[in-house]
Design a protein around this ligand. Structure first.
Ligand SMILES: Nc1nc2c(ncn2[C@@H]2O[C@H](COP(=O)(O)OP(=O)(O)OP(=O)(O)O)[C@@H](O)[C@H]2O)c(=O)[nH]1
Ligand SMILES: [Mg+2]
Length: 280
């Protein structure tokens, strides 16, 4: 997998997406890096650790200023092969054990207080109706009908908990839009995952201090034409809003439930969030 990732990283479109829109921003590190004491094994990073880090290309040096650097990684030691393709996410020592072996539907809840109450980490999908939240869950677990999807907006009406590998949850939420009900649910999650969030960014900025977020660009198979904006245009808008509302760049990733784009990368990123959570 490492080779596969490395070769895709060098795809010029990845860098051009970032270069096209980014003004240099100050290098950053995440505030929670300071509390790290353990470094679990990582199959992903072990290969790059065994050899000397390759010097960064000029493009990569620039890109590094907008990267999400996870716990356990020194921003000065980031190398090309640590960045997940189609994203700004650096993979660190907490990544690993990303495979989904089983998934069980647990329950649908009408209200937050009816949701399962335990300490397992949760990844909740939040975003407008019809952006592909439920499809993304099916895509991650490689099953067609775990979460119900529809061409028409408004299919998901309840809070649906799915237990993965008996150890962590994926939560499918109703889309916001006409109903705006998802706004009340943000506080529920240990981890919140957002989809196509452009008009959410300003709202969420001040409220998100304690909730790690990852932003998804869904339907990236629709690269050309159509009514909407292209993914690279969305990423440009996104980065503008990030600069206006956030001090540090949150992680973002491009996905497509149709082509499989971003699946392995996303699972790896989720594993590093989870493993960090477990070891904290
Ligand atoms: N081309 C393309 N279509 C997608 C993709 N992901 C989802 N769709 C389609 O988008 C539509 C909506 O998908 P859902 O997963 O139901 O969207 P949702 O965000 O869960 O919608 P709500 O439940 O209403 O909030 C469906 O017709 C999907 O087939 C994708 O990656 N590419
Ligand atoms: Mg849905």
């Amino acid at each position: 997998m490492l080779l596969h990732l490395r070769s895709r990283l060098l795809n010029p479109s990845f860098f051009s997406v970032l270069n096209a829109s980014s003004r240099p921003t100050p290098p950053f590190s995440l505030s929670f890096r300071a509390s790290i004491s353990q470094k679990p094994n990582s199959h992903y990073t072990s290969a790059s650790k065994s050899s000397r880090p390759a010097p960064l290309s000029e493009a990569a040096q620039f890109v590094r200023t907008v990267l999400f650097v996870p716990p356990g990684v020194d921003p000065d030691e980031v190398t090309d092969d640590m960045v997940l393709p189609g994203s700004n996410i650096v993979i660190g020592p907490y990544a690993g054990d990303a495979k989904i072996k089983e998934v069980d539907f647990v329950k649908s809840s009408n209200r937050p207080k009816d949701c399962p109450k335990d300490d397992r980490p949760e990844f909740a999908m939040l975003g407008r109706s019809n952006v592909g939240k439920s499809s993304l869950i099916n895509f991650l677990v490689r099953k067609k009908d775990v979460a119900l999807t529809s061409k028409k907006p408004g299919k998901t009406q309840l809070i649906n908990h799915f237990l993965v590998n008996k150890s962590w949850y994926i939560v499918d939420l109703p889309g916001y839009g006409p109903s705006k009900q998802a706004f009340n649910l943000i506080q529920l999650s240990s981890f919140t995952v957002l989809l196509m969030p452009l008009n959410l960014l300003e709202w969420i900025g001040p409220h998100s201090l304690k909730i790690p977020m990852t932003f998804f660009f869904t339907k990236c198979d629709k690269m050309k034409g159509g009514k909407g904006r292209r993914p690279d245009q969305n990423i440009q808008d996104f980065q503008e809003l990030i600069r206006e509302n956030y001090r540090q760049h949150p992680p973002w990733i491009m996905t497509s439930s149709v082509t499989g784009l971003g699946r392995d990368e996303l699972l790896l990123h989720m594993s590093q969030l989870r493993n960090y959570w477990d070891n904290e």
